[in-house]
Write a protein that binds this ligand. Sequence first.
Ligand SMILES: N=c1c2ncn([C@@H]3O[C@H](COP(=O)(O)OP(=O)(O)OP(=O)(O)O)[C@@H](O)[C@H]3O)c2ncn1[C@@H]1O[C@H](COP(=O)(O)O)[C@@H](O)[C@H]1O
Length: 114
Amino acid sequence: MSLHRLAATIESRKGADPESSWTAKLLAKGPEKAAQKFGEEAVEAIVEAVKGDRERLVGEAADAIYHLLVMCAARDVTLSDIEAELERREGRSGIAEKASRSDSALKKPQSGST
Ligand SMILES: N=c1c2ncn([C@@H]3O[C@H](COP(=O)(O)OP(=O)(O)OP(=O)(O)O)[C@@H](O)[C@H]3O)c2ncn1[C@@H]1O[C@H](COP(=O)(O)O)[C@@H](O)[C@H]1O
């Protein structure tokens, strides 16, 4: 299933019957619960990555991505919003981005300094 199909399914579950849909049930519990579930699933993926179990990591990564999208949907952040942010960053190395952040931190006056 493509991420866009998954995101559209999640969106369609807003207001659906929580008895028939896990997504609707989770969304009905609010953004905090969705965030908690994403945290749990992310930790499970981390555990499998550290252990090096490739097959289980695939499963946990899928759970984590699904729960990340539900958490974002609960705050009305769409996959398109995330893609737009990724596109904005495209072509800019993470190393250059980090360097520009530490440059600006150096230029920033320290709090309490005169
Ligand atoms: N990708 C997923 C997906 N990944 C994980 N899950 C569910 O997420 C839940 C999390 O598992 P847990 O073991 O943590 O759940 P739990 O222990 O019952 O939860 P707690 O009581 O601990 O809170 C399980 O019930 C999984 O089935 C998912 N549920 C749905 N989807 C996708 O979303 C679509 C719509 O699903 P429904 O909204 O259920 O129709 C499906 O067709 C899938 O494509």
